[in-house]
Design a protein around this ligand. Structure first.
Ligand code: N01
Length: 549
């Protein structure tokens, strides 16, 4: 373990992050015969599933879909015990993948990359870590994740709090026992909504501090039916291929055929009831063709869910506070829950509206809002992440001519395809901003990017080329296209992390690509087929000669 600067050598590629994307990148790049090294901040693999160990943490995409497709043996032999994987199950699966494909030997754990600098003459990236490593590589692949920079709000007084506090995204590995405690949960996004029912069952009293109500649907989780698993596995390859022909990268949901406004009120109720009973967010949003593009259509679905909340939560005042009214359903990540709304019928749970009565400070013994004091033994921040750009900006990424990511992205992220950026040669991102990653099945998104990058590196090698860089024009038009597509939808109406609204001061820019997985993959494939259209490919020695003359 280096305790001062130590040069650990030169690699063909350095990968930052050993989550789902980073691990698959090791596998693919090794197959090309490349010499890779990975730096990972945690002491284990898994990325988001390594850090988010809060009670109730579970994937909102079904297990048979949310898994790697690159090895048929792997997908056939792995058994998912439930419809939706729990965090421990998914982490066990990722660890299994790391072992089965012998991926750990290239990973440097407990090591956070602090700086990455590109030397344009040597055509090399140099990375420095918090443990003093210095390593160089021709290619650098950022597999740093989209929801990997936890953020808690700066609330005065936290340092004097005598109880314990936690962030859902940085949960203690040994777990937390809330039995007998007065607990406050701040935040009602996916993490809050998943953890609240579990914490409520343990705590003496739970106070939920809600600023904005979110839409949540029942997950209808349950044991995996053996016949479903068998049938799915029998046609796994076809299903994986079919997933690329869907907007969200998830197969098995027949696409809707008409507008919500073409259906009668009674028809709509029947359709929404069926989806509500079935569980799942994609199927619900797939009820009609226009729920995410037409406000009037969306209102019918939003109101259906509000009625469900009113019918579930016994106290009418609490029910009304839980009814989202500031954004169309689906324009923020649609949450899947188990017993979330039911939890507010418990005697030991209180919903506190901090929109009308904001938190003023944390006191040594609890939390003070504009109109009351709450005595608390523990506080849980379920307050989210500096999403999509946070992890990249935490690393000082720059080139030797002075261009830095922090400056380039000052007004919001700028990328070509969410894979590369003009001005940063040989620097790839896995599921970067302006790609559909977070709006799709993440493992499929990671595999698609890694496959694209691997094919690109192979293409370069075959032609004796050593440098690839996005062209400025291509980047500008991709961003314009992203914005045009987003502006045709209802997404920008929500104050979501998709637009950075949860981080004070973050520029309001719509970051994910919402044109759908099918269109996006086609674009990536076309770009490659046209010899990497929109990228400048070169042999650095030619550039050096050019520069020298
Ligand atoms: O974070 P969030 P998350 N004072 O940003 C509130 C994925 N994920 O960790 O809406 C008071 O969604 C904030 O309020 P507001 C999934 O993609 C997936 O829950 O800003 N409250 C909001 O209620 C998800 O979307 C899974 O007004 C403050 C909450 O904190 C993404 O991760 C599970 C506040 C933050 O919600 C992020 O989810 C978990 C403040 N100063 C996560 N600041 C599954 O697969 C923020 N809040 C199921």
């Amino acid at each position: 373990m280096p305790d001062r600067t130590s040069d650990i050598g030169n690699f063909d590629a350095i990968i930052v992050g050993a989550g789902v994307g980073g691990l698959y990148a090791i596998y693919r790049l090794r197959k090309l015969g490349l010499n890779v090294r990975v730096f990972e901040a945690g002491d284990g693999v898994g990325g988001t599933w390594y850090w988010n160990r809060y009670p109730g943490c579970r994937c909102d995409v079904e297990s048979l879909e949310y898994s790697y497709s690159f090895s048929d043996d792997l997908q056939q032999e792995w058994h998912w015990p439930e419809r939706y994987g729990t965090q421990p199950e998914i982490l066990r699966y990722i660890n299994h993948v790391a072992d089965r494909f012998d991926l750990r030997r290239d990973i440097e754990f407990n090591t956070r990359v602090k700086e990455a600098v590109f030397d344009s003459k040597a055509n090399l990236w140099t990375l420095k870590t918090d443990r003093g490593h210095v390593a160089t590589a021709r290619y650098c692949i950022m597999a740093t994740g989209n929801l990997s920079t936890p953020r808690k709000p700066s609330i005065a007084g936290l340092e004097n709090f005598e109880g314990k506090w936690y962030h859902t995204g940085l949960w203690p590995h040994e777990g937390v026992d809330f039995a007998g405690l007065r607990v406050g949960v701040i935040g009602t996004g996916s993490s809050g909504v998943q953890s609240i029912p579990i914490i409520a069952r343990q705590a003496k009293h739970l106070y939920v501090f809600q600023r904005t109500a979110n839409f949540s649907l029942p997950a209808r989780n349950g044991p995996m039916p053996p016949d479903k698993e068998r049938a799915h596995k029998a046609e796994y390859s076809a299903r994986r291929r079919a997933a690329y022909d869907t907007p969200f990268g998830i197969a098995g949901h027949p696409p809707p055929v008409k507008s919500a406004l073409q259906a009668t009120e009674a028809e709509r109720q029947r359709a929404y009831e069926a989806k509500w009973a079935e569980g799942g967010s994609i199927s619900f949003l797939y009820s009609y063709t226009d729920l995410l593009v037409n406000r009037e259509s969306n209102d019918t679905a939003s109101e259906f869910v509000r009625q469900k909340i009113r019918a579930t939560v016994k106290d009418p005042k609490t029910a009304e506070l839980l009814c989202p009214n500031d954004h169309p359903i689906g324009t923020k990540r649609l949450i899947l829950d188990t017993d979330y709304y039911e939890t507010y019928n418990r005697g030991n749970v209180t919903l506190v509206d901090i929109r009308s009565k904001p938190i003023q400070e944390i006191t040594p013994t609890g939390l003070r809002t504009a109109d009351a004091d709450y005595a608390l033994d523990a506080i849980v921040f379920a307050t989210g992440f500096d999403a999509m750009t946070g992890a990249m900006k935490e690393i000082d990424i720059h080139t030797d001519d002075g261009l830095s990511i922090r400056e380039k992205w000052e007004g919001g992220p700028r990328t070509y395809l969410g894979i590369m950026m003009a001005g940063f040669p040989n620097l790839f991102m896995i599921t970067g901003p302006q790609s559909p990653g977070v709006k799709s099945q993440m493992i499929l998104a990671c595999e698609q990017h890694v496959n694209w990058i691997a094919a690109c590196l192979q293409y370069l090698r075959k032609r004796g080329l050593t440098r690839i860089e996005a062209e400025q024009d291509a980047e500008d038009s991709w961003i314009q296209h992203n914005n045009d597509v987003a502006d045709r939808t209802l997404y920008p109406l929500a104050n979501s992390w998709y637009v950075g609204a949860n981080i004070p001061g973050k520029p309001r820019v719509f970051m994910p690509y919402v044109g759908g997985v099918t269109a996006y993959k086609k674009k990536c494939d076309d770009v490659a087929a046209k010899g990497y259209e929109g990228f400048r490919l070169s042999d650095v020695t030619e550039e050096q000669l050019y520069a020298a003359n």
